[in-house]
Design a protein. Structure first.
Length: 576
């Protein structure tokens, strides 16, 4: 930690000069490192961003830029450089319809949430879907077999997969498959707005790793940022770290995007920096230790902390001194400076005067000591957990409570530690089935958890020797439940005995009450037919094609949930 007793003014000044030169060198190097005129824009419309690179999302950092498509699907996507198609993926989830193009300079461009592909690719996809009898497919064409020229139309934009609205998700990856901020390649986006800093916190850190925070509201006009109070902030512990909550916006958009760079200075010494320049996929989950995870789980608000926990390998945090923690051991007034910067270099600066105040008493903690570097286990009469080494981001005093279960009769309600503590890896969980309850079909049993709104979350699970077991990556309240209810299929129109000659598709709304849809299929006269699935709209649909010839046919749809409950419907249809 930064110890203000041990740093003289001359040492701080020298360190500040060294760090400033280092940052300047890095910025200049970033501009020279990547080709500036190689990639053109993938869309021929004004580029407006709905999402920025490195933006804080769910349990990951955003690995590309989201380009708005004027509220519609079907915009032409153009190849930004010569290359060949290296990968094609179709999925109801994630990137949806995605396309990967390998370029001669070693980079790969990625296009996600597409509506449809160029004809050559579409034909390959349909052929594999019918061959594998699966809507979700992945294809790796032979290198150079599908050549692409710069400016060629390769696809149409859409809203497929886990997209929240029509847009194009665009990435540039290096030869190691690491996503790099596309703006570093010279792609220009209009931006004349300063980043917003909305809230500021000081976390008082105690020897037992507990914290107490003080939150301060912000006033901002342009790049000028101030606390609503003018007083000097008091620090109530020997060690502390800061955090801010805010966002950045681009021109012509109201979306709240992420900062390109966030820096914390203490008495002009840069002691922490986050920069959204490059990501590593296996590091994206470290977002959960970068933010105040407990606050995010509770309020869906992300405070970006300077604090670096022991088990953190996030490469986007740089220039860290003493893990982003400051030791304050004198009664002098010090200056804390926060700089939030966008990609175009516009900076919002918050300066705060602070000094040591009356010490808070530390929160008393108790429980079983779990070292993050080792495997850990805990059990009682109703449950057992096994947590692998590296699952925690730091050491913890672990506890479990057995509680009365008002949600089901099959087990106790097991409160496993704190839902506000994040995990990097899955752990094993076993819960004892109440032996006094007779269950005819134990395959319908499952483990359920409660989120912060007390909504049921399906956690899977298998029964063996009196226990249900599963793997999960969250703490909270868990118990055994049961799912015996089949999914529900509703046709969008009355189909049975109907002439569908003028229809373009057969549409169904599909829902499940608990464990979720696991698999599905549709047949036409007993033969597999391509049924597409859009989970976010609870929609399954068959686009009527050459397989549906003139005459009378029997169309059947069948759906299984994750506990094996089945729903099916069949229709006699006519096409003239």
């Amino acid at each position: 930690m930064i110890d203000v007793k041990q740093k003289t003014v001359s040492n701080i000044g020298f360190l500040f000069i060294v760090i400033s030169l280092f940052v300047f060198h890095n910025n200049a190097e970033a501009q020279q490192k990547y080709p500036q005129d190689y990639f053109s824009s993938p869309l021929k419309i004004p580029l407006v961003l709905a999402g920025s690179f490195g933006e804080l999302r769910g349990s990951h950092f955003h690995s590309g830029i989201d380009i708005k498509t004027q509220g519609s699907i079907g915009k032409k996507v153009y190849a930004p450089a010569d290359g060949y198609v290296s990968r094609i993926k179709v999925s109801p989830w994630g990137y949806g319809n995605a396309l990967y193009i390998k370029h001669p300079n070693g980079y790969t461009t990625v296009y996600a949430h597409l509506n449809r592909y160029m004809d050559t690719i579409s034909q390959m996809i349909i052929a594999k879907q019918y061959r594998t009898k699966s809507y979700a497919v992945e294809i790796f064409p032979k290198a150079g077999s599908i050549k692409i020229k710069k400016g060629q139309v390769i696809a149409r934009t859409g809203n497929s997969g886990s997209s929240g609205g029509p847009h194009l998700h665009f990435e540039i990856r290096n030869s190691a498959e690491e996503p790099i901020n596309p703006l570093l390649f010279g792609i220009k986006i209009a931006d004349h707005q300063y980043p917003s800093i909305r809230k500021f916190r000081i976390y008082n850190l105690f020897e037992n790793s507990s914290t107490k925070f003080n939150e301060y509201q912000i006033t901002q006009k342009g790049k000028s940022v101030k606390l609503k109070i003018n007083d000097t902030i008091l620090i109530h512990s020997d060690k502390f770290y800061p955090a801010v909550e805010g966002f950045d916006r681009w021109d012509a958009a109201v979306n709240k995007n992420g900062y390109y760079k966030l820096e914390y200075y203490f008495d002009d010494t840069l002691f922490f920096q986050f920069i959204a320049d490059k990501l590593v996929f296996n590091q994206k989950r470290y977002i959960n230790t970068y933010i105040d995870y407990a606050e995010y789980k509770k309020e869906k608000v992300r405070f970006q902390r300077s604090f670096i926990e022991e088990n953190t390998k996030l490469r986007n945090t740089k220039n860290n001194i003493d893990n982003g923690v400051i030791s304050l051991n004198d009664d002098k007034v010090h200056t804390l400076k926060v700089i939030a910067e966008d990609f175009n270099g516009q900076k919002s600066i918050l300066k705060i005067a602070l000094k040591k105040g009356k010490a808070y008493s530390a929160k008393e903690l108790s429980g079983a000591f779990f070292d993050w570097k080792h495997n850990n286990a805990y059990e009682n009469s109703e449950m057992r957990v096994e947590i692998p080494a590296g699952a925690f981001y730091s050491n913890h005093l672990f506890w479990v409570n057995n509680k009365i279960n008002k949600y089901s009769k099959y087990s106790k309600l097991i409160e496993i530690y704190d839902i506000g503590v994040p995990l990097h890896k899955y752990y094993s969980l076993k819960i004892k089935l109440d032996s006094s309850i007779k269950v005819i079909d134990k395959s319908k049993l499952c483990i359920l958890s409660l989120n912060t709104k007390n909504q049921l979350i399906y956690e899977g699970g298998k029964y063996s020797n009196g226990f249900m077991s599963t793997k999960t990556r969250s703490f909270g309240e868990y118990f055994i439940g049961i799912d015996t209810i089949a999914p529900i299929i509703k046709q969008q129109n009355v189909y049975n005995n109907k002439n569908i000659t003028k229809q373009r598709s057969l549409d169904f709304k599909v829902t499940d009450n608990l464990s979720g849809i696991d698999k599905y299929k549709a047949t036409l006269d007993g033969k597999w037919i391509l049924l597409k699935y859009d989970p976010k709209k609870n929609r399954m649909y068959y686009e009527i094609d050459k397989h549906f010839t003139a005459g009378k046919h029997k169309f059947e749809i069948k759906i299984w949930d994750s506990r094996g409950n089945v729903a099916s419907k069949s229709y006699n249809l006519i096409r003239s």
